[in-house]
Design a protein around this ligand. Structure first.
Ligand code: ADP
Ligand code: MG
Length: 229
């Protein structure tokens, strides 16, 4: 018997208010992502990619359909339980790194430990190890965001998303602020992180050459998810 997928979406519909009407952003989206699998979702701007991630992250509730994260059906969960589910099971990487300007790379990760109410002393070692594993050297780990390159900042961002040991990793256009070579390297990193940490990873991008690194490629068109690129 195989383990249940850490991320499962079934027939998800999502609409936004649009003047007096509703705009359909997700139109019957179903998706199962296995542990250790990297699924890339391609598709033009406005097709619903970020909405898909927001629903998978339990940041937005769908109008209908099922969202199951780490085996929990999220439908009945209130705001606090959803926040806990996110903290414990979901890592999120957005396009812009959203790092705190005054904190070093290590401290960015320790801020997560603080939010989790854990021990900062033990957290420090884990933070150092994770940053090393994403390719940040000993000096870089003690730099602040403005002292790091765009690619390095995105690595810190990825390490921070992994800090809580998520079973689901959601990544939105991680390479759009990077040049081709740095984008490739970040993509290879995400593929290796998915294998090593056994995350169910969904990465959305409109950068087609990067899709080669994915285990599976899906395409979003007007809120519908289809096979292939
Ligand atoms: P993508 O990430 O592929 O560019 P989005 O998920 O951001 O697509 O957007 C899908 C559709 O939903 C677009 O038509 C967009 O304008 C609309 N949309 C996204 N966010 C909101 C929002 N908060 N309120 C209203 N409409 C939105
Ligand atoms: Mg988007």
């Amino acid at each position: 018997m195989t383990d249940p997928a850490p991320l499962l979406l079934e027939s998800v519909e999502l609409t936004y208010p649009d003047g007096g009407r509703r705009l359909t952003a997700l139109d019957g989206v179903s998706l199962a992502v296995a542990a250790g699998e990297l699924v890339a979702v391609a598709g033009p701007s406005g097709s619903g990619k970020s909405s898909l991630l927001a629903v998978a992250a339990t940041l937005l509730r769908p109008d209908s359909g099922r969202v199951v994260v780490a085996g929990r059906d999220t439908a009945g969960l209130g705001g606090r339980d959803r926040a806990r589910l996110r903290r414990e099971h979901v890592g999120i990487v957005f396009q812009q790194a959203n790092l705190l300007a005054s904190l070093t790379a290590v401290e960015q990760l320790l801020a997560v430990e603080h939010l989790r109410g854990g021990s900062v002393r033990e957290g420090r070692r884990r933070a150092e190890e994770l940053l090393e594993s994403v390719g940040l050297g000993a000096d870089q780990r003690h730099r602040r965001p403005h002292q790091l390159s765009g690619g390095e900042r995105q690595r810190v961002n990825i390490a921070r998303a992994l800090y809580g040991g998520p079973s689901v990793l959601l990544v939105d256009e991680p390479t759009s602020a990077l040049d081709r070579e740095r984008g490739e390297r970040v993509m290879r990193l995400l593929a290796s992180v998915t294998r090593r940490h056994r995350t169910a990873t969904v990465l959305v991008t409109h950068d087609r050459p990067l899709l080669d690194h994915a285990d599976r490629v899906l395409t979003m068109t007007d809120g519908r998810l289809g096979e292939g690129s």
